[in-house]
Write a protein that binds this ligand. Structure first.
Ligand code: HH2
Length: 276
């Protein structure tokens, strides 16, 4: 279970695309869960066809102030979707967006190969679960929890603090037995940062890449784009693409996005121009 082949992620070059699949049902009706499942699997397959290399399946929202979801409920949302995608798209790299080791364990058994943990192994058992399964892990920087993270967004040196945190968490993952090529670092854009902090981290992406690990970058539709432009969530695609520019200068980056087809086209053209 869970064997992660890191070379598959960048086989098509960098940046590689991780498509976001949130299975967080807010609307229930008769048969709603089944429809939700079908729709989620269909969207996952669609993102793979559009050019995603990884599909990141999440069952708990990490929006500022979002309520926590019990492990059994979170697993019940993501495990059947991962199992169906593993069966229908064996070439895909499947990721589970969770910070709970129990959920990660069940997701890895169902066919996920990567754990996207926004708490960077905050629960120490997470790193053991990942090492044991031969899986990969995304270690993201966040200050506090989704409930508290926007209460204090002041840093003395945001880039240095985030880099120091990520280096320490990478050391913890290495010590737990996760090999270096299976570790991804993520500055956690929007997780306990204000506009200035988010922009400083984007500008310093190459500095974070210099830590020597592959990166994940999540900017898609985030509120800093709304702060800069006034655009509503559904209208932030152009800003989301612009925010990916720093990723083009780094050797190995995965970009986590909602709009896979548009991102693919943007990256194809941007990479061709850089290579010309
Ligand atoms: N952002 C979100 C969730 N998970 N994981 C990583 N590694 N990096 C990110 O930047 C990141 C993440 C928030 O975005 P979204 O999935 O759209 O929303 P929600 O968590 O509310 O479902």
């Amino acid at each position: 279970m869970g064997g992660f082949e890191p070379q598959r992620v960048f086989a098509g070059g960098s940046p590689a695309i991780m498509g976001i699949l949130n299975v967080t049902p807010d609307s229930f009706s008769d048969g709603g869960l089944f429809l939700e499942h079908q729709a989620a699997v269909a969207r996952g397959l669609e993102m793979l066809a559009e050019g995603a290399v990884i599909v990141d399946v999440g069952g708990e929202s990490t929006r500022p102030g979002a309520a926590p979801v019990p492990a059994d409920e979170e697993a019940a949302r993501v495990v059947p979707v991962l199992a169906a995608l593993a069966q229908k798209a064996p070439q895909a790299v499947l990721s589970v967006d969770t910070s709970k080791p129990d959920v990660a364990e069940r997701a890895l058994a169902a066919g996920a190969q990567l754990v996207n943990d926004v708490t960077a192994g905050g629960d120490p058992r997470m790193l053991e679960v990942v090492a044991e399964a031969g899986a990969g892990i995304v270690l993201m920087h966040m200050r506090g929890t989704p409930q508290t993270m926007q209460q204090d967004t002041r840093y003395t040196h945001v880039v240095a603090e985030v880099a120091e945190f990520l280096a320490a968490r990478a050391d913890a993952a290495l010590a737990a037995g996760v090999p270096k090529e299976r570790i991804f670092l993520d500055p956690g854009i929007g997780f306990g940062k204000d506009l200035e902090g988010n922009l400083a981290l984007l500008r310093a992406l190459a500095h974070l890449a210099a830590l020597g690990f592959a990166l994940v970058l999540g900017v898609s539709r985030k509120s800093f784009i709304g702060q800069l432009t006034g655009a509503a969530v559904g209208e932030r695609l152009p800003g989301s693409l612009a925010a990916l520019l720093p990723a083009l200068g780094c050797p190995q980056v995965v970009v986590r996005v909602h709009d896979v087809a548009a991102t693919k086209q943007f990256l194809q053209v941007a990479r061709a121009v850089r290579a010309a």
